[in-house]
Write a protein that binds this ligand. Sequence first.
Ligand SMILES: Nc1ncnc2c1ncn2[C@@H]1O[C@H](COP(=O)(O)OP(=O)(O)OP(=O)(O)O)[C@@H](O)[C@H]1O
Length: 505
Amino acid sequence: MSSLLLKVVALVAMVWVLRRIADGFTAIFGAAAPVALLALIVLGMLVWRMAGRLREARPWSWWPVFGAPVAVWWMLRTWSAACEELGLAVPAARSGRFGLLDGPAGGLIVRGTPLKVVSPRRIGLKIRASGLEVRVRLAPGQTPAQFERAAEGLAHAWRVHRVRVEVPRPGFGTLVGLGFDPLRHPKPRQAQAVAAGPVDVPASDQDGQERAEYPTDLVVPDQIEVTPADLSVSVGIREDSHPWQLDLTRRPHYLVCGATRSGKSTLTVRMLSELARRPVGLVGIDAKNGMELSPFGPRLSALAVNRAEAVAAIEGLLGVLELRAMTCQEHGARSIWELPVPVRPWPIVVVVDEVAKLMLSVDRAGKEETTRCIQGLVRLGQLGAALGIHLWISGQRFGSDLGPGATLLRAQLAGRVCHRVADAETAGMTLAGLPAESVVEAQKIPADLAGVAVSGDDSGAWHLVRSDPMDITEAAALASQYASLRLDLPEVDAAVQRVRLGGAW
Ligand SMILES: Nc1ncnc2c1ncn2[C@@H]1O[C@H](COP(=O)(O)OP(=O)(O)OP(=O)(O)O)[C@@H](O)[C@H]1O
């Protein structure tokens, strides 16, 4: 009855508003009022079409002008119905009394008023650059998991791309509705926040000076002080429009997996380009004959291009590790960051492209190299975090089928990035330890979206992300520009060169 009354009131109100508009038009345009009304309708249709085109071409501009008001309207309009339908509504505190009574004829009768339910209370609404944020207070007994299960239904009700659930503090939830897919339409790079700028060092090709030479890696030129912030780089965008930040001080080693053409190398190029401008040593191990990493040659302290050279590089790095451990012991420091600035060495990031090439072998000599590679990498993984040697390992898959030691090495790699993968098992292995939804999301990454990945870490947090692509010629130019920041690691480079010239390890 009350809903019928509401409909009648709404109809009356609509007729009244339409009459007021018609009166207004007649007052302004006189006899030409019908023509003006028609022109207004045509204009409205044009704007509607334009909004549709803007949504396709420039979703970041479309959202605040057209997308957000419409999504807010749908959210408000469907809130109660959607909550009830999706099981988010809870019984009202005073929802009437029920009871069973003996009926006059001997049977039971039910007495009381119908059960009333209330929807979770909204306590805030915010429009973000690519979506809207609705803050809710959880009803007693409700959990964020219930909202996560309802997220897909809410996204349809609000007419948005997707709804994500965040938990700012216990008892509250934030429903983030994404108006469009920011990974398919990433924001132009210049508009994204960059955590730390490049080091101001004259580049060798700019001023014609000699490349800086450092006698040992424990002596750092005093004009550049290395800090943990140098290991935090922005490499792309997260689905919630925040920059995708990789922080090697928090997650010292990374595993990057993905099928062929899924975007692994592009991410590695972006990460290396960001690090190339900072006081960080870079070592490349690219057993695909250096195809992927050779553009960074001028900036790399050493580049191993096959398994034999990889053994030399890894064992050279173990020597560096020992030197650093001794320096830390001398100064009573537990990590390089506790060392006094004059003796603090630069961190080193070791990039291994296509790890399977190092770990799979058929002949006996190859097996020995494989064992030495894996043992060396495991040791670097175990001790490198404190001593400033970080691993960035990428491959198409990383399972126990890669041989003994693969699982042990994987356990050291706390940072995980899983691009589109060929099978569910690889997604599961890469994202082991993360919530099951992250594995499901990784399997849903479409083939036409190269560079999209699930990024997670050992804290259990995960995000859908997309790397910021970089042209390889641009990356090569950058590596040459910052060649003066190349860290001299004679133990590693000389060992690789010795093997290249046909010598033993
Ligand atoms: N973030 C991105 N945005 C747009 N295009 C991308 C992105 N990442 C990768 N691509 C494109 O996808 C293609 C494959 O990328 P990439 O070479 O990085 O894949 P890969 O996983 O390293 O492949 P492979 O294992 O065969 O070397 C390239 O053409 C690249 O330009």
